[in-house]
Design a binder for this molecule. Sequence first.
Ligand code: SAM
Length: 282
Amino acid sequence: MNNLSGVLYIVATPIGNLKDISQRALDTLAAADLIAAEDTRHSGLLLNHYGIKKPFFALHDHNEQQKAELLVEKLRRGENIALISDAGTPLICDPGFHLVRKCRQAGLRVVPIPGACAAIAALSASGIASDRFCFEGFLPAKSKARCDKLQSLAEEERTLIFYESTHRICDALQDIENVLGPSRYMVLARELTKTWETLSADSVANLRRWLAEDSNRIKGEMVLIIEGKPASDKEEEFSPQAVRALRRIAQELPLKKAAAIVAELYGYKKNALYQFGLEHFQ
Ligand code: SAM
């Protein structure tokens, strides 16, 4: 590594709430010689908000491979460069991979300045297992490719995380229901850190029906957190929704009957639910 070379900083910016930026990110942006950004107009407004004025370099999906070499040259000459994206952490479904790769190959220093990321924010508040998860970015736009992708993940026991867009959410949920089953528990995290932030948790079938009732429920940016397939050889874990249903129905009916109803609704084994009820409610 050459000491005279500059440093590439990977700087996370907010995903909606402009207060979600670290002091270190602001200091790094203010000290950089150049800011590489996906959309320089959008990022201009963001930096303006923080009172930072810097030369920009446009680096987006379509020109990254070609422009990365130019940025590597600037770094070699000693310029410090901050990479930002339109929102959140660069490289997470955003440009930057080719640039970082080239910098690593060239022995240049790359420093992360961590901050907001929609996938991690959604996971942290979802109540779905966060110890092991697969981030899968955006599902394919066409239904056949989307179903093939979902099929390849159908046996996955880790939590699944997807980004989704407002105009595809209904079709995507229909395919998730068809491939992973109607009872798969999930959380839809919408407009995180913004005024209309909502986290809605239910089985995929119930969520799909609920969203279809009101177009306001599918507006904005969204993350899907989907429970992994329960491992067959470990004790069955029930979704919070199923446990709530069991608890409520068992107040009106014998536990055996309640377990049978919830088993049918959510696709669990009735004996396992009955045992769970005996251990937790009686
Ligand atoms: N780099 C970003 C990050 O760190 O999360 C993600 C960029 S990706 C191009 C944009 C997608 O992220 C959106 O379509 C949406 O799925 C998700 N997203 C971004 N901001 C969000 C927010 N405030 N609430 C929910 N999802 C968000």
